[in-house]
Design a protein around this ligand. Sequence first.
Ligand SMILES: Cc1ncc(COP(=O)(O)O)c(C=O)c1O
Length: 411
Amino acid sequence: MTTQSSVSALDRWGFSTWLESARGSGEFITLPELDGINDAVVSIDGKSLVNFSGIGILGWQHDPRVREVFAETARDYGLVVGGSRIIQGVSRPHLELEALVAEITGKERALTFATGMLANLGFVNAMSTRFSFNNSHGVDNTDTVLVLDRECHWSMWKAVERFKFGRNLIMFDHNDTAGLRRELEQLAGRKIVVGFEAVYSADGSMAPVAEILDLCEEFGAISFVDDANGFMVYGNGGHRFAAEYAALRRATFLMVSFGKGVGLSGGALAGPADALDAFRFLSGTTVFTTNIQPPTVGAIVHVLRRMRQDPSIMENYLDRVDRLRERLLRIGCTINPTPTYVTSILVGANDTAVRVRQEFIDRGYLVPMFGYPAVPKDRAVIRLLVNNRISDEQLDGFVDTLAELREKYGF
Ligand SMILES: Cc1ncc(COP(=O)(O)O)c(C=O)c1O
């Protein structure tokens, strides 16, 4: 029961006052609650909207065979393993997936996690913890220094919250290899992990992968690349960013998410065998929480095999994204200069972003507007990971609407 005194005690957290003002300014947007399945068109409160907000770019969840594999794996391995990896173990499909991820990334071992975020949290914990079963032999990595690109994902910054800036946490400017070199020069003799992303989710940039890995090798640092965004989009035989993805094979550790290129859910870490075996205990997120559900794992394995067999599926999608980028430039949009599949359209001020998003909804389009803290304040962007199931006509309608709203709001 909520009592009067508990309500007024909670007032000190400021939720109600903040909500009132954020609702007034329109910044507290109504979050989409889908009436049905996530697809190129979604229904929200009975209204159909062309959906630009999803992240599962190829729409694999709609593929009939993927759905069959999901159902077959549920039949054979159940809906859940029924406990964390350490307590209850994993199913055979998890092991199959881990072998496949290791093979794809060129690493000795891979370990799955319920989400990519939990893989990131687990990685940071495992690399910086003190642990022993018996007080004699153990690891003590509390002296690890993490050096992160400023634009690393929220999950990495969350993972390092207990680190001290300047002591065991260093930040370098986004994709700035000269800045990274300066930092590494100061850290001689320390146990260093350099963390960065290959493809950045908010600004769509691509890291100078080879240069960063060269620096890691020069300074004896371990490298950790969060490839949540690029996994299976690049590096699968396609010509785009082939040099970056060839270089990526030199990274010590990789994290991948199954939410984007694969369009399902879950994540994995890949790297040297002994480290990954130790991570089964040391990550914490293999111990204190559950793994991906077996049917999803079965579906991921199936999708990965199909994507590897036929790289043209992704290449055709990327050709489409390139054509969209050309059209956006033609109508005068400011978009991210690096032509990754992440397309960020600059809108700018937060209040403009709120209005533009609503106008899109009124015209039948659900667009993802990224504001602070995903991007700097008043640098809001429409961040597109276009769903390949969106038709050419729906894409035309979106570009026309964008051109009209750009004129109206001057972004
Ligand atoms: C760079 C990056 N890292 C980690 C994550 C988290 O991955 P997941 O959604 O699988 O938890 C994301 C997801 O948006 C991401 O973009």
